[in-house]
Write a protein that binds this ligand. Structure first.
Ligand SMILES: *Cc1c(COP(=O)(O)O)cnc(C)c1O
Length: 334
């Protein structure tokens, strides 16, 4: 089967770069949602823990239970809220509050302009009253930025909104809350940091998706994807390979089939504009569910060692390239 290698050295390099921005490793919450952006939840959690990261963020309780023994706190962004000494649950909507168990640790997400999830600024008083009524433990106050990666002032506008809500909540008598708003793009472009935590995902995995004038932090991709050879064959000039026969051998050649396909989360793409591997091998013809063809005889080939480069080819972003990778692909740390 195809396999993934994870570079411990590159991961720690990236975490160090982020710590230079936050001032300390203690202020990093590593975002491990969606199988750690497809990297592999438990391996990435273990590496982060070994490096001294104390906080994590996941998508739901199922992910939390796999890793919560490794961290002091785990923020769960969605799904059912449960009682836990480690996990806290984001409040995404007012209606959610009444359904949370008494004593549940929660973090109030404020909608400061993204309009995806969270409590509107003018609903905050009501939310606080409900949190008190249902005896929930308010641990933190958070927001999420919609365009921290764009060259615009929108980030500052949202930050201003957040500041207003933060003051309001302090005035309402909730103190010692952990305050966090930054994702990767926001922390990479910020010159000063005075919050308690960053929720950093993509940057930790090695990608800087900021517009180029911001690109001063060098990050290194953690993940590399490889495929193994299944079989080889000779093609005569003019013979065609794969579904639809879209690849025609321009000369007599030897091609091999490798065990990666769209069933593994690899993009099928367009065989008229083939993806080219980091070693310069174009995929020959159509991508099948479990197989691709390359003009190579090697036992294993590297298919991707920089998801941002691959994403450009498929007209998407690094996040989608790695997150799509099937959890059943074998993963190991190097
Ligand atoms: C996914 C997510 C993040 C991390 O975003 P990156 O751009 O990968 O750093 C932070 N906060 C929330 C609420 C998220 O959903």
């Amino acid at each position: 089967m195809a396999f993934i290698t994870l570079s411990r050295e590159n991961f720690y390099h990236n975490l160090n770069q982020i710590a230079l921005k936050t001032g300390s490793l203690d202020k990093i919450a590593i975002v491990l949602k969606d199988n750690a952006y497809g990297h592999g939840l438990s391996l990435m959690a273990k590496m982060a823990h070994d490096f001294g990261i104390r906080h994590a963020v996941v998508r739901n309780h199922l992910e939390a239970t796999e890793i919560d023994s490794l961290f002091e706190t785990v923020l769960v962004l969605g799904g059912e809220a449960l009682l836990s000494d480690t996990c806290s649950y984001a409040i995404n909507a007012l209606e959610q509050i009444a359904g949370m168990p008494e004593g549940c640790r929660v973090e109030l997400k404020v909608d400061t302009g993204m309009h995806r999830n969270g409590i509107a600024a003018d609903e905050v008083d009501e939310a606080l009253a409900m949190i008190r009524k249902h005896a929930l433990k308010l641990m933190g106050l958070m927001t999420h930025f919609r365009s921290a990666d764009l060259l615009s002032s929108e980030l500052f506008w949202q930050q201003k909104q957040f500041e207003v809500v933060r003051k309001k909540i302090e005035t309402a008598g909730f103190s010692n809350l952990r305050i966090h708003s930054c994702n990767s793009a926001a922390i990479l472009r910020s010159k000063r940091f005075d919050e308690d935590l960053v929720r950093v995902g993509i940057a930790a995995y090695g990608y800087n998706e900021l517009a180029s004038p911001f690109e001063d932090v060098v990050l290194k991709p953690v993940l590399a994807l490889h495929a193994r050879k299944v079989s080889s064959r000779k093609l005569k000039q003019g013979e065609r390979a794969g579904y639809g026969g879209t690849f025609t051998a321009p000369k007599a050649m030897r091609i091999s089939t490798y065990d990666l396909g769209y069933g593994d989360g690899w993009c099928r793409g367009d065989s008229d504009h083939p993806y080219i591997t980091p070693e310069g091998l174009p995929i020959l013809g159509r991508v099948s569910m479990d197989f691709i063809a390359l003009e190579s005889d090697k036992e294993a080939v590297c298919m991707m060692n920089d998801a941002q480069d691959a994403a450009k080819h498929f007209n998407t972003i690094s996040y989608e390239m790695t997150t799509a990778l099937s959890p059943t692909i074998e993963r190991s740390i190097i």
